[in-house]
Design a protein around this ligand. Structure first.
Ligand SMILES: Cc1ncc(COP(=O)(O)O)c(C=O)c1O
Length: 407
């Protein structure tokens, strides 16, 4: 019975054992750290417009990412729109020009560009690191292209050296979608500081969260001023309350969110290190199991963000059983997992609908790597990587048990 997969009636590897929850919440932390910060906002009677806590958190986040400026936003999606508005000086009233995005990403990477009235061109990813493939990106550039949105997918930094070089040659702006990559580093530099401008998300699943939230980071003061105007009804960062030198909207987040994030940011680096240690352990164990390819770390990655642990599944190592059966079996052993994005983003309903209504808005290059990865991937989530060494052993034991039973 012990060797029988739980999905076929055996005893699960993990029985009544919880994974670290997300976000991590404790009464102790509420009392010692969070409640005093919330109280400060409450008693100050400045819950919004003053933006004192938002400014404090933005400055801390800028320092964390090694950038000169940061602007706190309500969501990651608006942060990408604001980043495009800043880097391309787009008020959204005129056509925005063409933006190149990877076809393996969350819908917001593309919808935020459409929101700025940009044309979106989808290109393929590198099959091993899941981020935009520089040669494919270069091939897609036209004289209408204005920007590249790179996505550090799952927390793996994209090949920024190659991408920045291409961008320079073609005079393009580089926007980093860092929604899944808080704390990740390329050659020792944090994501969000590697292109012209970076956009982060603090949505509830993200490695730093306040339920909803976002941030734009940059070293460029002009971009920063435009992002600030986008966020704060057109105001300048140091301008008067009733002056609006630019067109802008109200994307000011609540001060309570900034108060919460100020506490949680303190834990981010330590948590990222734990995820990296566990991921390295898993890599060394899982690479020995035929049919599983653990995620590759490219040479430029000095720290992975590990929002996702993205394995590849090959049925040949598992007696020919399809991926959905493997994921069901792994879940039955007590290991939460997912197949990830089911198809290239250009094939998803909303984007296809836009392409039908406005064919000139979407361009799509062949994306064989993306198609392949969509059929092979098997994801574990970031909270799992906050577990103990024994928890990691349960993952390895579960996969090995399934593989042995099916061969
Ligand atoms: C790659 C990527 N970009 C953008 C977003 C959008 O962030 P938000 O949900 O905060 O709007 C997300 C996450 O949801 C994401 O995973």
């Amino acid at each position: 019975m012990k060797d029988q997969p739980a999905v076929s009636g055996g005893i699960p590897v993990r029985h009544n054992k919880a994974w670290p929850s997300w976000p991590i919440v404790t009464e102790k932390e509420w009392e010692s750290d969070i409640e005093p910060k919330m109280r400060e906002v409450y008693l100050s009677q400045n819950e919004g417009l003053s933006g004192l806590k938002a400014t404090e958190f933005s400055q801390r986040y800028a320092k964390y990412t090694g950038t000169a400026y940061a602007t706190f936003m309500p969501h990651g999606t608006d942060s990408i729109s604001a980043a495009l508005a800043g880097a391309l000086d787009l008020d959204g009233l005129e056509e925005g020009g063409e933006v190149i995005v990877p076809n393996y990403t969350f819908v917001a990477t593309a919808s935020a560009a459409l929101d700025r009235r940009c044309t979106v061109t989808f290109v393929d990813i590198d099959p091993d690191n899941f981020t935009i493939n520089p040669p494919d990106l270069e091939e897609a550039i036209t004289d209408r292209t204005r920007a590249i949105i790179v996505v550090h997918l799952g927390g793996h930094p994209a090949n920024m050296e190659a991408i920045n070089k291409i961008a320079q040659q073609h005079n393009l702006k580089v926007i980093e979608d860092c929604a899944q990559a808080h704390g990740a580093e390329s050659h020792g530099q944090k994501v969000g500081s590697l292109g012209d401008i970076g956009a982060f998300s603090f949505q509830s699943s993200k490695n730093l969260t306040s339920g909803e939230g976002g941030m734009v980071t940059t070293d460029n003061v002009e971009f920063h001023n435009l992002v600030h105007a986008f966020m704060n009804v057109g105001r300048a960062p140091d301008g008067a309350r009733w002056e609006y030198p630019r067109l802008g909207w109200n994307y000011r987040p609540s001060e309570y969110l900034a108060a919460l994030l100020l506490v949680r940011l303190e834990k981010l680096e330590e948590q990222t290190d734990i995820r990296n240690q566990n991921a390295t352990y898993l890599f060394n164990e899982l690479k020995q199991i035929e049919g599983i390819t653990p995620p590759k770390l490219e040479s430029w990655v000095t720290k992975h963000g590990y929002h996702l642990y993205m394995m590849k599944y090959n049925p040949e190592g598992f007696g020919g059983k399809p991926r959905n059966e493997f994921l069901a079996a792994l879940s039955a052993e007590g290991i939460p997992c997912s197949s990830g994005y089911g198809s290239p983003l250009s094939k998803e309903g909303g984007i296809k609908h836009v392409a039908e209504l406005y064919p000139e808005k979407i361009r799509e290059f062949p994306c064989p790597n993306t198609e392949q990865v969509c059929t092979e991937s098997a994801w574990l989530f970031q909270n799992i990587l906050l577990g103990t060494r024994a928890d990691m052993d349960d993952i390895v034991e579960s996969i090995a048990k399934i593989q042995k039973a099916w061969n």
